[in-house]
Design a protein around this ligand. Structure first.
Ligand SMILES: Nc1ncnc2c1ncn2[C@@H]1O[C@H](COP(=O)(O)OP(=O)(O)OP(=O)(O)O)[C@@H](O)[C@H]1O
Ligand SMILES: [Mg+2]
Length: 443
């Protein structure tokens, strides 16, 4: 009865002696043997009975006999030791049986012989389920990654929208201020011109009086001379002209700045048109040197005009952001140099500064939105990411190289005639951070 029960168990049970000859197999095993072997399996070596995996089985059995310690093989490590029974229904998509196998050392009490008992469990259902789960979690992982990329793209686009908004409102503010300042500048300028003329007349009168002095009597002459001297007439005469000239120069500079402010704020929505990079650079130098007066500014261009087809607003914005960075990098003394070259179908612009430079570990991050090393409230970390997008929209390239304590060079090249100049869509807004190179030169 007991032997019958063991024989019918849905797990494989087999007993092997120290010579690796099979002593007992239950039906689970027998069903998987070729028909002719089933009758005479006893005393047959395992390698003969189970030809496919006989050698593996023998190795395991040997270790159990030598070490007198159980041995276990898991389905993941050695999945198919024995085949499915030919009549067994196929489980799901599996074509082979997954098995766990355990071999235990036992001793025959009657003879004292060392034996090994093999237990084999069909775990196809669990294995199949486990593998399906694995596939699912891999698919989920992929989806997560795709979502993360999408979120990154959205973050970038959002930050650039914030910057655009900020720039638009700054632009409006600038336009408003420029408009308000224009009127007083107008009458101060007119008054200054009149003042210059009046001063010149007054000087002529005073000089005339002085030249007639010899016609006066001594007492009167001395009194008039004393009056001229006590009021430092010679000094007043020289200084008044110089002061008026300086004021006129200063006013001209203010007028230039206001003019440029108006340019920058109004041209954002102008669309694609001819942009003269030289004019833009000159305007920028005037504008930025008024705000950051520490560096010395140099403009290097052999041509009078270098034109590209582009959107003036974003182009100026990009150059302005880079120029501001260059100016901000110089704390005591240094140079910001802008050079423009006509390189055939492209225009190359270099913005060089002799400022603090960028440490190598930061260089790979400078184009990331919100990356800033400036104190809170002084930098949003958006300047370069906005510049990157603007140059990309113009099918151009931007790269930055830097040496700490030496300075930084930002190089931009823009095609003069982009293949489809109006194709700047919202998709172009994204800056794939993984696309940015990681060495000390970044493009
Ligand atoms: N010319 C430069 N010299 C030194 N460091 C620079 C230079 N240009 C950029 N950087 C570094 O790159 C960082 C990012 O520059 P980015 O213009 O994007 O942002 P920001 O200047 O910090 O802030 P924002 O431009 O929004 O006011 C800066 O914080 C600075 O550390
Ligand atoms: Mg900046």
């Amino acid at each position: 009865m007991f032997e019958q029960l063991v024989g019918k168990l849905p797990v494989g049970i087999g007993v092997v002696d120290e010579n690796f000859n099979v002593i007992y197999l239950n039906d689970f095993f027998l069903d998987r043997l070729p028909y002719e072997l089933r009758q005479n399996y006893k005393e047959t070596p395992v390698t003969e009975l189970f030809q496919g995996e006989g050698k593996f089985l023998k190795r395991r059995l040997k270790s159990v006999f030598v070490l007198q310690h159980p041995s276990f093989s898991y389905w993941e490590q050695r999945p198919h030791i024995f085949p499915f029974k030919s009549s067994r229904p196929i489980t799901g998509e599996e074509t082979q049986m997954y098995q766990n196998m355990e071999i235990l050392p036992v001793k025959d009490k009657a003879t004292g012989k060392k034996l090994a008992c093999i237990f084999l469990q069909d775990v196809t259902a669990q294995a199949s389920y486990f593998r399906a789960q694995q596939k699912l979690s891999e698919a989920l992982k992929k989806e997560h990654e795709a979502q993360r990329k999408l979120i990154r793209k959205l973050d970038t686009a959002q930050s650039q929208l914030i910057q655009a908004e900020k720039m638009a409102s700054t632009g409006q503010l600038a336009a408003g201020i420029a408009h308000e300042i224009n009127n007083p500048i107008g009458f101060v300028n007119a008054n200054l011109n009149t003042l210059a003329q009046y001063a010149s007349h007054l000087i002529s009168i005073c000089d005339g009086v002085y030249s007639y002095l010899e016609n006066f009597n001594d007492e009167l002459r001395e009194q008039i001379e004393a009056l001229y001297q006590s009021n430092h007439y010679d000094l007043l005469k020289d200084d008044i002209t110089e002061l008026i000239e300086e004021s006129t120069d200063g006013l001209t500079r203010v007028k230039d700045i206001v003019e440029n402010l108006k340019n920058f704020s109004l041209e954002n929505s102008e669309g694609v048109q001819t942009v003269d990079i030289c004019t833009v650079c000159n305007q920028l130098i005037t504008l930025i040197s008024a705000q950051y007066s520490v560096p010395q500014y140099k403009f290097d261009c052999e041509l009078e005009k270098v034109e590209v087809m582009g959107n003036p607003g974003p182009l100026k914005q990009a150059l302005m952001n880079i120029m501001i960075n260059a100016a901000q990098a110089i704390h005591t003394k240094g140079v910001v140099k802008l050079s423009v070259r006509d390189s055939g179908d492209k225009v190359t612009i270099k913005i060089l500064d002799s400022g603090c430079g960028i440490p190598a570990q930061n260089l790979k991050r400078v184009f990331e939105p919100f990356f800033t090393t400036k104190p809170e409230g002084q930098g949003q970390g958006l300047g370069l990411s906005v510049a990157y997008t603007a140059i990309e929209q113009h099918q151009g390239k931007i790269s930055i190289s830097s040496k700490e304590a030496k300075g930084t060079v930002v190089e931009i090249s823009i095609p003069k005639q982009p293949s489809n100049a109006s194709s700047a869509t919202s998709e172009d807004l994204s800056i794939p951070s993984e696309a940015l190179p990681t060495d000390t030169q970044h493009a």
